[in-house]
Design a protein around this ligand. Structure first.
Ligand code: 13P
Ligand code: SF4
Length: 300
């Protein structure tokens, strides 16, 4: 089928089935075209909690679709590719969190939303890259267990001055952005403002003018008087920035690609709506506990 025909069919099925399509910023540009909403993890979890649709199709990775299901257990939540997982989320298991808790009794657990539902269920509160510092600051404890990302965790430590007990997760797409790549881009574009995602390594964060979530990058680039930006995050983010702010220039770190985000295609979204696949199911007990941790975050 031609691209336009697939898009038309997706749009009519969406209406027919009262479905909503949520799309993460790192998705392919053609997926933006069928989105009801495009955003970062925090914005998408808010939308997932609010929507009145019967079906949520999540164009992102598994933890994002799971978050939608945890917040709306009565809804059908679909992930168009069953193998679109987040490698970082899979690095730290619920057993790892239980071990950290038994080694550090009475210390609250903050889990980044890039975790499985089981890990969220073991946590006191969730956070996203947009609100991690605020969430940790809000806790009445000088020590905090933070899972899974060592980079976001070390950034939180730097910003809050708290004792952050780290796990061992990281994002390969961000971990492989190195300082010499930023230096190279800076050499060619000396006027460009450097914006880095907090999942980047500390030596890269130290070179950045701003450290922001993907949603924060759009807001900042729109409001900034600067016209050129080096974007140290998954390279697809630059497509989103170009779409929102076409009159400014954005330089990606080309080698930073999340292969799982890119597994979602228009054909798979159509297949997902037609066959109502792949359904996200979460065990009730896990859903209830994970819901409490997510709602604590959303209520803050
Ligand atoms: P954001 O919360 O900034 O959208 O980031 C999610 C993510 O997976 C980054 O790799
Ligand atoms: Fe996970 Fe990294 Fe992909 Fe984000 S970019 S979804 S953290 S693997």
């Amino acid at each position: 089928m031609e691209k336009d025909a697939i898009v038309d069919r997706i749009k009519s099925l969406k209406k027919e089935k009262n479905a909503v399509i949520l799309v993460h910023n790192y998705q392919r540009p053609e997926i933006y075209e069928i989105a009801d909403f495009i955003g970062d993890s925090l914005e998408l979890s808010r939308k997932a909690a609010e929507t009145k649709a019967d079906i949520i199709v999540f164009c992102g990775v598994r933890f994002m679709a799971e978050t939608a299901k945890i917040l709306s257990p009565e809804k059908t939540v679909l992930l168009p590719d069953k193998d679109a997982g987040c490698q970082m989320a899979n690095m730290v298991t619920a057993d790892d969190v239980r071990r950290l808790k038994s080694e550090n009794p009475k210390i609250p657990v903050v889990s980044y939303v890039n975790t499985t539902a089981e890990v969220k269920a073991e946590s006191d509160i969730c956070c996203t890259s947009a609100n991690a510092v605020k969430i940790v600051e809000s806790l009445n404890s000088e020590s905090v267990i933070f899972v899974p990302d060592i980079n976001l965790g070390s950034y939180v430590q730097q910003m809050t001055g708290k004792n952050i007990i780290l796990a061992h997760g990281f994002c390969y797409a961000h971990m492989h952005i190195f300082p010499d790549m930023i230096t190279g881009l800076k050499k060619h574009h000396p006027e460009a403002v450097v914006i880095a995602h907090p999942e980047c390594r500390k030596d890269v964060r130290d070179m950045a003018d701003e450290i922001l979530s993907t949603g924060g990058m759009i807001k900042f680039a729109k409001e900034s008087p600067a016209n050129e930006f080096i974007i140290a995050t998954e390279s697809g983010m630059v497509e989103r920035l170009k779409r929102e702010i076409p009159y400014k220039t954005f330089y990606p770190v080309e080698s930073s690609v999340c292969i799982n985000m890119k597994k979602i295609t228009l054909e798979k979204v159509l297949g997902s709506l037609e066959n109502e696949q792949y359904r996200i199911e979460i065990e009730e007990n896990v859903q209830k506990k994970a819901y409490a941790a997510l709602m604590k975050m959303l209520n803050l």
